[in-house]
Write a new protein. Sequence first.
Length: 255
Amino acid sequence: MHPVIFELGPLQLRFYGLMYVVAIIVASYIINSEVRRKKIPLTKDEVTNLMLTTIIVALIVARLYYVVFNWGYYSAYPAEIPAIWHGGLAIHGGIIGGLIGGWLYLKRKSVPFWRMADCVALCLIIGQAFGRFGNFMNGDAHGRPTDMPWGIVFPPESIAGREFPGIPLHPAMLYELFINVIIFCFLWFFLRKRPHKDGFIFAVYIALYSLGRLFVEHFRADSLMLGPLKAAQVVSIIIIIATVIVITRRKMWTP
């Protein structure tokens, strides 16, 4: 595995960036398809603008979230703050940023936010799967040492390889990729066309993703910390409890 696909002088094509491009292309197809199916009053150009707004805000907040939880390092090396190609985008920060960006854009268009959020949820979870493959090739979002036969020794120049040189690690990013694909298939093939209240698909997505992340964090070696606790696990537990309460009280599985 290697983070760079090819180099042309000072230019590099990296798997990390390529996965974002692939995710955006796939997300564009899914979201336009769902907008037509659900008869949401947005043109293709407006959907593109919505995606651009959401992606930009999500990337900024995802990076800020990661930097804040690693301030000890970034305060010493501030030039690394914008270097997202070195890894370091927190998915929970990205979801928060995406919700903010999407809400601001849809409010101007008078489009029901939660109806659109159901469309976006399908894009998010499959996009996260592509992103985890980028993490795998980049050698970040890595697991802790393991003696299991599927443990992977990452290249010495990668983040995982520098932290654990020559040591097999849990491929935690692949665990999450697999979970994300399962969640996408469940939402797409089982829930998508069933009658439900607006926001149900998004609520199920974020609860299932948080449950999967709660599991994967057990194997991660580079977790953001909240005191003695792993931040992702704390946030995931809060999200799971909150979404179960909202789904139950609003009976969101019924139209």
